[in-house]
Every structure is written in C-alpha cells, then in structure tokens.
Design a protein around this ligand. Structure first.
Ligand SMILES: [Zn+2]
Ligand SMILES: [Zn+2]
Length: 423
C-alpha cells in the first residue's frame, strides 16, 4: 500500500500490522538539548549526506570531544514472592479454579468495550502490569485504559503525524488500534501476532516522576484540543518489539515443561532482534525526555531481556530521532521504503556493542536467564513462582490471579494440564 487514503485503509493497515507484518508505528522524538554529545565515526554509509544536513550549533564554539557516558540504569532487585495464603484465600481460589470452569477468548477487536471488561481484568493480572522502568525523571509503566486521551492528543497532532507512517487516524481508530494494542501487549500470552514465538512487545507509557519539573512549552501551532497545560499522566510511549525468525523455536511456555526465562545464549542463537518505537507530546520536546526513556528501554532490552541486537528506523528528515540513535551508539546500515512508501533510515546496535560502551570492563552477564518464571505473566523480575497447579508438576504461577487467567483462557491450562487420576 503506497498511501493511506481513509479511515478504513488505516484500520486495514493496522490490522495487517497486527497480523504480523511489522511496520514502524511512530518515530517522532524531541531533540535533547541538555545532554547532547557528539560521537565520532557514527555517520556510516550516508556520511556525506548527513554531514551536509547537520547544522552547527550556534552557541557552542568549543570543539566537542567524543565522550561516552555509560548508562547509569540498573537491574532492579527481584520482587519478593507474596506472603503465603490464608486458609480462606485458598478455599476461595480453589472454588474458582476447578475442572470445567468456563473459558474465555479475548476479542481481537472491542477489547476495551464494557462487554469485554471482565475478560480483560481477568487476563491482565496485577503482575502483568508490574513491569516498569525508572529513569531520574520518568516512570515508564504499562499503558492503562485511561491513557486514551493522552494517546489521542499525540496521535492526532499534525506535527506528530508528519513523522508517523500511517497518516491521520481518527479517534475510534486510535482506540481500537493503538490503545487496544498497547494494553494487549501487557498480556504476553495473548499475542498481537498470530503464530508468535514469544513475548512480542513491551510497550511503556512515559510519565513524569514529578510533573512540576517538566516544562510544558508554548503550544505554537498545536491544535487547541490537543494542547496540554501540565505534564501529568501519559506523555508518550516507547515500545520495544521483538522479532522471532520463522525457524526459531518457541520461547513461550510449553506443555509439560516448567517455564524458564530465555537465556541470552538462546536469544543470541536465534538472533532475536528488538526494535524501538516512540513518541512524545510535542509540547514536551527538547528537554531530553525521550532521551532518558530511550536509554533505559535500550538498557532493559540489552541487559535484562538479552536481545542479540536492537534496531531503530526513524523516517528521513526526523533529525532528532536520528540523532538519538547515533548518540546511543547505533550504527546506520541502510535505507528502506516502508509500506506507506516513506523512506526510513535503519540503525542497529548489537548486544556486544552496547555492553562495551555501557559496561566497560565487565563481562556480559545474564541476571534472569534460565530462572523459573510464571507461565502466565512471564514477569521475570518477580520471585520464582510459588503457586503450583494441583494436578501437574510443571504449571507454576507467581499468583492465583495468573493461575486463574491461564485456567479460564480458551485452550489454556485446562486443556494442556495432565490431570492426575482421581483428582
Ligand atoms: Zn504471574
Ligand atoms: Zn496443571
């Protein structure tokens, strides 16, 4: 498809994307003026072209030196297991998690309608929502249904749409396509992509730790209904999408096996690549917000998930985003035209490159790989699962909520469990 002509085309295009042909969803970003650092030798194949485009900064006369500031983010401590259940709690859960309990499907569309709410609340367990990243100024949390207004403000803004690839989506498309997808991404067992081999996406809402410290700029040309007056709530998002090659074995929980977090070696063997997508509200551009979010999600992908490499492909002309890639050590490799016929500049960084730059003199280490993990939320930052299925030895969960979700999912654990005789 070369162009997006109408709402239906957008929906079709997005549905296609959800089906598996990945495209860049967003790629605007602010220039980060505060911590700008020039890095030598970054220009790659497009060298002369980029050099020409680059404008000298007016206020910096001194020649900049290549300084690489190692990433200061840290792997958090494991979240401890919940306290043991009381007798009453056990009795209550055992009434719900019984043979023959009704099962549910999560709808492809209409996930956020009231009718689907109970299903969503059952499948999106507290530990599904618990993955969050912190930076000095930001909290990157899972997207909530209440983020619709914030998402709409960004996606419907013409300045933002210039750097996006899908034209100008209407409100209902934003709800059905974007919010649906963002929310769904926090339930790893309910994939956005059919035939998926593992968790497909981590999508984080960007929020301020202290909204008062962020500067909301003069709105300029921004449409009245899209302006913001403070930096509270949803400010944008940043996503890490994972691509599993078709020949790769599945990294999802398997029948008969205790689920363990994939190791760096396993990811390396299959060359599992991550890809970053991001956007923030234009009134917050220029103060390094995306820069912090980008660095942290990159760290998470490299140091905790163990991606073999991570890519990023800003559209041509999106200088701030291109700069962000380069500043973080990505190397330009090639230009591609996407399905909307917009050229994108493909940049990439390997795990080794990230480690060398950000963990100098340290061996690559894999904190979570190989650890037993809940087979529903797959949240590897939680203590190893303490809830076991009564009927089999291999289904383990971090919480009753997760156990129940897997139990009442269509084709979920009720189907795969090998019930003991007499149970
Ligand atoms: Zn869990
Ligand atoms: Zn079982």
């Amino acid at each position: 498809m070369a162009e997006v002509n109408g709402v239906q085309d957008i929906v079709n295009a997005l549905a296609k994307e959800v089906d598996g042909s990945r495209i860049n969803i967003t790629s605007d970003v602010e220039a980060d003026s505060q911590d700008e650092v020039e890095v030598n030798g970054h220009i790659g194949a497009e060298g002369s072209k980029n050099k020409k485009k680059k404008k000298k900064k007016k206020n910096s006369k001194a020649k900049k030196v290549a300084i690489i500031k190692p990433n200061e983010g840290k792997i958090p401590e494991e979240i401890p297991a919940p306290p043991p259940e009381t007798y009453e709690e056990t009795a209550r859960w055992e009434k719900e998690i019984v043979k023959g309990a009704k099962t549910y499907n999560i709808p492809a569309w209409g996930l956020l309608n009231d009718r689907a709410r109970t299903v969503l609340d059952t499948f999106r367990t507290p530990s599904c929502k618990k993955i969050e990243l912190l930076t000095p100024r930001l909290r990157l949390r899972q997207v909530e249904t209440g983020d619709l207004t914030g998402i709409r403000r960004i996606k419907m803004e013409p300045i933002v749409q210039k750097t996006q690839l899908y034209g100008s989506p209407g409100l209902s498309d934003i709800k059905d396509s974007f919010l649906n997808r963002y929310i769904r991404s926090s339930i790893p067992r309910i994939s956005n992509i059919s035939g998926s081999k593992g968790r497909d996406e981590y999508i984080f809402a960007i929020t301020a730790l202290d909204p008062a410290t962020l500067k909301v700029q003069d709105p300029g040309q921004i449409r009245i209904s899209h302006r913001i007056s403070n930096a509270e709530g949803y400010l944008g998002n940043i996503a890490l999408s994972l691509t599993y090659p078709s020949e790769s074995p599945s990294f999802l929980p398997q029948k008969g096996k205790i689920f363990t977090q994939p190791t760096f070696n396993e990811f390396e063997k299959q060359e599992i690549e991550g890809k970053l997508f991001y956007e923030t509200h234009p009134q917050l551009w220029g103060q390094g917000i995306m820069s912090q979010a980008f660095e942290e999600v990159l760290r998470f992908g490299m140091e905790e998930l163990g991606c073999d490499s991570i890519a990023c492909d800003p559209t041509v002309g999106n200088e701030a985003s291109i700069h962000l890639c380069i500043k973080n050590g990505f190397i330009y490799s090639h230009m591609t035209n996407n399905i909307y016929n917009k050229p994108q500049l493909f940049h990439r960084m390997t795990r080794e490159e990230w480690w060398k730059r950000n963990r100098p003199n340290q061996e690559i280490s894999d904190k979570w790989g190989g650890k037993e993990v809940c087979r529903w939320c797959m949240n590897f930052r939680l203590a190893s699962p303490s809830i076991n299925c009564h009927h089999c030895k291999w289904a383990k969960y971090c919480s009753r909520e997760c156990q129940k979700a897997d139990w009442v999912r269509s084709n979920g654990h009720q189907v795969e469990c090998d019930f003991d005789e007499g149970s």
